[in-house]
Design a protein around this ligand. Sequence first.
Ligand SMILES: C[S@@+](CC[C@H](N)C(=O)[O-])C[C@H]1O[C@@H](n2cnc3c(N)ncnc32)[C@H](O)[C@@H]1O
Length: 219
Amino acid sequence: MLDQFFAGGRAYCMGSFNRADCWYLYTVSPGRPRYLPNAARHNLPHSWVGKVHREPDQTLEVLMMDLDPEKMKWFWKDICPTAAEATKNSGIDRLIPDMVIDDYQFDPCGYSMNGLMRTVPGGYMTIHITPESEFSYVSFETNVPQKSYKDLIARVVATFGPKQFVMTFFTSLKNGKKIDIEDGDYSVPQYIDYDVVDVQTCRLQAYDLTYALYNRFPS
Ligand SMILES: C[S@@+](CC[C@H](N)C(=O)[O-])C[C@H]1O[C@@H](n2cnc3c(N)ncnc32)[C@H](O)[C@@H]1O
């Protein structure tokens, strides 16, 4: 389906097929500037011709399922009439400090926010919350570099209280100071309340990807 819209897209699946714990990824990498006529190409900086220009970067996603209803209550309008209250009462404003936040509370429930970092150009955080207990789901994503990804993930998980979550971490291969997600001898962060059920690492065209599935222990 997506192939109809994107040339050169690639689909991947991480996680376990037979447990229905799969996470699907579709990537599109900007290719050579083939669409430019030769004359226009000659106006490009020499180093760009036939190459892709990229800044080093890393992206963390935490995708959480089956959340703590007590922590989800802030995302119902009858309890929190405004998005600003939901952001503050839930602790979202303390996950990554120094963000300019644009937040929205849906009616009767649901919440979305986008935050831009004041001090890191291009640094963002985005959170989308479906609080209905039958199918509760929260997605968290940021590209803001962290000293400790383990600590950030712990804050995110403590804020929303999932029974299960998926962590994905992309890091660009040309990153001189390559940031990793390792925790001592382990390839992904370890938490006392969660079992790591699956871990996979994958080298994509321009990124290394680490995927892990965590289940709360005891369930
Ligand atoms: C936060 S929105 C965003 C969903 C989005 N697809 C995501 O996860 O990135 C989903 C939540 O908002 C609620 N909601 C209320 N009105 C909505 C609307 N008009 N459109 C989408 N979601 C709405 C849904 O019931 C659900 O709890």
